[in-house]
Ligand binder design. Structure first.
Ligand SMILES: Nc1nc(=O)c2c([nH]1)NC[C@@H]1CN(c3ccc(C(=O)N[C@@H](CCC(=O)O)C(=O)O)cc3)CN21
Ligand SMILES: CC(C)C(=O)C(=O)O
Ligand SMILES: [Mg+2]
Length: 264
């Protein structure tokens, strides 16, 4: 079962949900891809989870290439999405060069954070055979602009701008869109307004897919956990079973529950 972007488009069209989890190495990539999770995200969250930094900003293209290679070796048929790290996509040319490095390392698509200003980059990537996911809402690489990891799109103007950005990026050929930490009502409107499949984290139950950081859902991330995280290790006897429980909870819309969502 090799998952492709077409698999995700068909799931969206049929109203079926799909699951995504981060993985940063071969062992977890194997576990995630054999548990029925469609998409593996090699997230720049590895800067916080693996490197112990307090933001994702110090992560380099070299770091992302290394972890993408590790994940590609363990993967059993999932779609591999790799994050472009902070400062690595400030022009279309730089975006193409760094995305090509991630694709050579084994990614099937790349993810970049931002809004409609990325349309030219998304188009250039598509013309060069690189599908792109654009991450909107709480974009952690802009934590210094937001002044913290705060819910986005809570006022009407910001919500409208986010939907319009999504539609422009959809038109520009974005393969996927990802919404982080936005009110569920906004995420529902956004998902219905675009043709590309939408993945959510802290965005409620009406996006087409869900993503969590693997270490968060296994309960091994130290410190306070964000509202949208559920510990799927609870009541499970193995990591493999916890990942299966997550995948099944997403597909049956049991996760996220009300308690994992934000309101406007
Ligand atoms: N381990 C880990 N998990 C993640 O989900 C994650 C990372 N790292 N690193 C990159 C970003 C940072 N993320 C975060 C981190 C904290 C909150 C958080 O504490 N949010 C508050 C909401 C605050 C508000 O109401 O505005 C919460 O209560 O969940 C959200 C996203 C998501 N990403
Ligand atoms: C939190 C997810 C969406 C991400 O971008 C990451 O893990 O880096
Ligand atoms: Mg990221």
């Amino acid at each position: 079962m090799n998952i492709t972007l077409d698999t995700l488009r068909k799931l969206k069209a049929g109203g079926d949900k799909f699951a995504c989890l981060t993985a940063y190495d071969a062992a977890f990539a194997h576990a995630v891809s054999t548990a029925g999770v469609e998409v593996i995200l090699v997230g720049d969250s590895l800067g916080m989870v693996l490197q112990g930094r307090d933001s994702t900003l110090p992560v380099t293209v070299e770091d992302m290439v290394y972890h993408t290679r590790c994940v590609a070796r363990g993967n059993q048929g999932a779609l591999i999405m790799a994050d472009l790290p902070f400062g690595s996509y400030s022009s279309p040319e730089q975006t193409l060069e760094n995305s090509a490095a991630l694709m050579r390392a084994g990614a099937h698509l790349v993810k970049l954070e931002g809004g409609s200003w990325l349309c030219d980059s998304v188009q250039l990537l598509a013309r060069n055979g690189i599908p792109a996911c654009v991450h909107l809402g709480l974009t952690p690489q802009s934590v210094n602009v937001f002044g913290g990891f705060k819910v986005q799109g809570r006022n009407q103007d910001a919500a409208r701008a986010m939907v319009e950005d999504g539609q422009r990026l959809d038109q520009a050929g974005a393969a996927l869109l990802l919404l982080e930490c936005v009110p569920s009502t906004l995420a529902r409107e956004f998902t219905q307004a675009v043709s590309a499949p939408v993945i959510g984290i802290g965005a409620g139950g009406d996006t087409d897919g869900q993503v969590l950081v693997l270490h968060d859902m296994l309960g091994v991330t130290p410190g306070r956990r964000p509202r949208f995280v559920k510990n799927f290790m609870e009541g499970q006897s193995s990591i493999e079973n916890a990942i299966k429980a997550y995948s099944e909870a997403v597909k049956s819309s049991q996760f996220p529950a009300e308690e994992h969502q934000f309101t406007s």
